[in-house]
Design a protein around this ligand. Structure first.
Ligand SMILES: Nc1ncnc2c1ncn2[C@@H]1O[C@H](COP(=O)(O)OP(=O)(O)O)[C@@H](O)[C@H]1O
Ligand SMILES: [Mg+2]
Length: 317
C-alpha cells in the first residue's frame, strides 16, 4: 500500500520519529539491554504510536521483523478467545532470531471491555516468557490497573506546529505539488494534530489540484467528510449502531463539526444511494423533522442518531 502517503512516509527508524524524544530515548535503553517489559503506549491518534512500535520491532529483529511482530487491529479479531488463540499460536512458534520473544501490538486496547481486559491480563501472565505486548490506547485511565502495573508506560505527546509543517514540507519536496501557506494552516487546523488524518487529507487535496491552496484543502475536507457520512449511513442500514454512535460523537464533539452540515451532507448522500422514490420521500420528510429539532438547539447528536436509526428500517431494499 505504498501509494498511500501515510505508509510511504512512515519513518522506519526510531531516530526519524518526530517529537516523542523522551519515549524514543527510553525505548533505546531496551534495545541496548536486549530485553524489554510489556509496554503501554498512550496518546491521541496519529502522533506516532504504531510507527514507533514498528520501528522498535525493526531495530530489534532486523530482517526478521515480519515474523516477529504481530499487529491486532480494531477491525481484526479481538474477541478474547481469538486473542488467546492467536497469542498461543504465536508463542508456540519459536522466533527465528536469537531474541526469545515476539512482539504483539494491540491497537485501541482501551476499547476492550473490562471483562476482556481481565482475561487479557491472564494471557499476559501465562505467555510473558515468549511474548511482549505493546498496548496502545488514547488514555491509560481506561486500562485496568493490573494491566497497567505490568507494563512500562509511555505517553505520546501531540506534535508541535513546527514539526507538522516540516512533515508537510518533506512530502511536498518529494511529490509534484505545491502548497501555499494558507493551505498549510487550514490543513493543520482541520486535522487537529492527527498526522494520519492530515496526510490523507493532503493526498486527497493533491488529487484534486497540484496547486494546493486553502480552497483545495477545504474541498478535499468536504470530500473526506462525505465519505465518512456515506459510511455511517451504510453502517446504520446494517444495524451497526454502536459504530454509528461513536463516529457521530467523533464528528460532532471531538471534531466540532456542525450538526447542520452533517444533516446537509446526509441529505445530499440520499441521492447517491439506491433508494426508491417513495423511500427517498420518507427520508426527506424525516430529515425535515430533524432539521426542525436542530433549529430548536438541543442535543444534536441524539437527533442525528435517530435519523440514522431510521435507515435501518429501510434496509431491505
Ligand atoms: N511522531 C511522528 N513521526 C513521524 N510520523 C508520524 C508521527 N506521528 C504520526 N506520524 C505519521 O502519521 C501516520 C499515522 O501514524 P501512527 O504511528 O499510525 O499514529 P498512531 O499514534 O495513531 O498509532 C503515519 O503515516 C506516520 O508516519
Ligand atoms: Mg495506531
Amino acid at each position: 500500500m505504498k501509494d498511500l502517503w501515510t505508509e510511504k512516509y512512515r519513518p522506519t527508524e526510531l531516530d526519524d520519529v518526530l517529537g516523542q524524544e523522551e519515549v524514543i530515548r527510553r525505548l533505546k535503553v531496551y534495545i541496548h539491554e536486549g530485553s524489554m517489559p510489556h509496554l503501554l503506549f498512550s496518546g491521541p491518534p496519529g502522533v506516532g504510536k504504531t510507527t514507533t512500535a514498528l520501528a522498535l520491532a525493526s531495530e530489534i529483529y532486523g530482517d526478521n521483523t515480519d515474523a516477529n511482530f504481530v499487529e491486532l487491529t480494531k477491525s481484526g479479531e479481538r474477541g478474547i478467545n481469538a486473542i488467546r488463540g492467536k497469542v498461543k499460536d504465536e508463542a508456540r512458534s519459536r522466533t527465528l532470531t536469537e531474541k526469545n520473544f515476539k512482539i504483539i501490538y494491540m491497537d485501541e486496547a482501551d476499547d476492550l471491555s473490562e471483562e476482556a481486559q481481565a482475561a487479557f491480563r491472564r494471557t499476559m501472565e501465562n505467555f510473558s516468557e515468549n511474548v511482549r505486548f505493546i498496548l496502545s490506547c488514547s488514555s491509560s485511565s481506561k486500562i485496568i490497573d493490573p494491566i497497567q502495573s505490568r507494563c512500562a508506560s509511555f505517553r505520546f505527546r501531540p506534535l508541535s506546529k513546527e514539526l507538522i509543517k516540516k512533515w508537510i514540507k518533506d512530502i511536498e519536496s518529494n511529490e509534484d505539488f505545491e502548497i501555499d501557506e494558507n493551505g498549510v494552516n487550514v490543513l493543520i487546523r482541520v486535522s487537529k494534530g492527527d498526522l494520519r488524518r492530515l496526510t490523507n487529507l493532503l493526498q486527497v487535496a493533491y488529487t484534486i489540484d497540484k496547486d494546493v491552496t486553502e480552497e483545495v484543502v477545504k474541498t478535499a475536507f468536504v470530500k473526506t467528510k462525505t465519505a465518512d457520512i456515506k459510511g455511517m449511513i451504510l453502517k446504520a442500514q446494517k444495524g451497526k449502531f454502536g459504530d454509528v454512535r461513536e463516529e457521530l460523537y467523533a464528528l460532532l464533539i471531538e471534531e466540532g463539526y456542525p450538526a447542520k452540515e452533517v444533516l446537509k451532507m446526509i441529505k445530499e448522500e440520499i441521492y447517491n444511494l439506491p433508494f426508491s422514490n417513495n423511500k427517498r420521500k420518507e427520508i426527506i420528510s424525516e430529515i425535515g423533522k430533524v432539521d426542525f429539532d436542530l433549529a430548536r438547539g438541543s442535543k444534536p447528536q441524539i437527533h442525528l442518531q435517530k435519523l440514522l436509526a431510521f435507515f435501518a428500517t429501510l434496509r431491505d431494499e
